[in-house]
Write a new protein. Structure first.
Length: 436
């Protein structure tokens, strides 16, 4: 245990506390609202020093006496249980709530009532899609003309006007061929604040680029000249990356490489900085490597598959790329290993003043760790617009035991009242966090 200074929120007031103990690795037993975590590279064991477990959670029915645990003065209420495994959530400029039902191939729209506590309408915006996940509105602002949907293999856009509950026309495909074969299927799509650049995140096709053919140093250099520093090839070509396009899907460039699975890309509202909420690799041990949240620097390489969390070499690629060791960008915020962070959203609402400027992240929960991590909502702490490296638990109670969970958080969004919306795909529910 290590002592650090920390800031905690007490219903709208940010309080800086004197140094106190924080949890580094740990597991679900210690999770509680207000618990602060800060993991550093010094907390990482060596590869294979801890056992790599297979511990897939058993999903059980939602308990009838369920009480999610939130900070003092905050309450979580059921918003709806009428969806099919809801995943990513994005709120339209007019307040309508768009939800990806990825397995069902649908995008749903929920319109809340006057007090925002329950949806009064649930409509199917589009269906027959291929595991849709990312959703965003273009141009950013109050009067979008399109809604962009990231399918597994493509980015589509539908003509859209505020208030549309169903698509007014068939979609146009603006980006093709995002899927080589296998691996991570979630795609996110986001726009720069000036609406000139479109970003698409594409996860890796494998755990750690197993079976990639060898290349000569010259062939590697030639490949990297067009695909970016540290880029993987064969079935991993253009994967484990953040890609950049113009809004019509042209002018492809590789923005950043080596991000094993950047699941979502929240854009910091004031600075326009892109952040990646990222799942790291498996098989190196229960406590290795950390998942992470990081700002995305153009041209940066984040390590996958050769290295992780800086210049720590993956032993499965030992001695393959020594030239990259000093070129790996270290992520900003390390998350307990195997917690599976999914959607992140910057909180800019007025209901929880102490959370303003923070990045709220859903941790789906581990399946590959002996004692469970994740299965909660956390707040990545920022100060002066920069992440401090710490994150705080703000909603727990989805995990019932080391084997059973009733909920697996996926999506987070902020509604027009400033309440926090949360989806979980274990029992197909949406929740709403408000002040009591």
């Amino acid at each position: 245990m290590v002592a650090i200074a920390r800031a905690v929120s007490v219903l709208g007031v940010l309080v800086l506390l004197v140094p106190c103990a924080y949890a580094a690795q740990g597991d679900w037993h210690e999770d509680a609202p207000g618990k602060l975590h800060r993991i550093t590279t010094n907390d990482m064991p060596k590869p294979f020093e801890t056992h790599s477990a297979f511990n897939r959670p058993q999903i059980v029915p939602r308990p009838t006496d369920l009480k999610l645990r939130a900070p003092p003065g905050v309450t979580a209420s059921l918003f709806t249980d009428k969806l099919d495994r809801p995943r990513l959530i994005r709120v339209a400029p007019n307040g309508d709530i768009f939800v990806a039902e990825s397995e069902a191939g649908r995008i749903r729209v929920l319109r809340a009532g006057g007090d925002g506590s329950k949806p009064t309408e649930i409509s199917t915006f589009a269906e027959g899609l291929d595991q849709p996940f990312g959703i965003t509105f273009y141009p950013p602002g109050r009067a979008p003309q399109f809604v962009y949907i990231a399918d597994t293999n493509a980015v589509l856009r539908f003509p859209y006007r505020n208030g549309d509950l169903t698509a007014r026309a068939k979609p146009e495909t603006v980006v093709h061929d995002l899927w080589s074969s296998g691996g991570h299927w979630t795609r996110d799509v986001a726009f720069s604040l000036d609406a000139k650049r479109m970003f698409v995140s594409v996860g890796s096709g494998s755990n750690v680029a197993e079976g990639m053919a060898e290349k000569s140093p010259k062939a590697v250099a030639d490949f990297e000249s067009t695909h970016g520093l540290g880029a993987a090839w064969d079935n991993e070509e253009n994967r484990a990356n953040v890609l950049q396009f113009d809004p019509q899907g042209g002018e492809l460039r590789i923005l950043a490489t080596g991000l094993r699975n950047c699941v979502t890309m929240p854009i910091q509202p004031l600075t326009g900085t892109i952040y990646c909420v990222t799942n790291e690799r498996d098989g190196l041990g229960d406590d290795l490597p950390p998942d992470y949240v990081t700002s995305v620097q153009p041209g940066a390489f984040y390590g996958w598959p050769w290295y992780f969390i800086g210049d720590h070499q993956d032993p499965r690629h030992a001695h393959e790329r020594p030239d990259l060791a000093e070129k790996v960008t270290v992520p900003d915020v390390l998350i307990q290993p195997h917690s599976a962070p999914l959607q992140g959203v910057f909180y800019e609402g007025g209901m929880f003043a102490a959370w303003r400027g923070s990045l709220i992240v859903a941790l789906h929960g581990s399946w590959n760790r002996a004692t469970r991590t994740g299965g909660k909502i956390v707040r990545v702490v920022f100060m002066d617009g920069k992440p401090t490296g710490a994150y705080e638990d703000i909603l727990t109670g989805f995990v019932l035991s080391n084997t059973e969970v009733w909920g697996r958080p996926v999506g987070v969004a902020v509604d027009h009242e400033g309440a926090l919306l949360i989806s979980e795909d274990g029992n197909s529910t949406l929740w709403r966090l408000t002040r009591k």
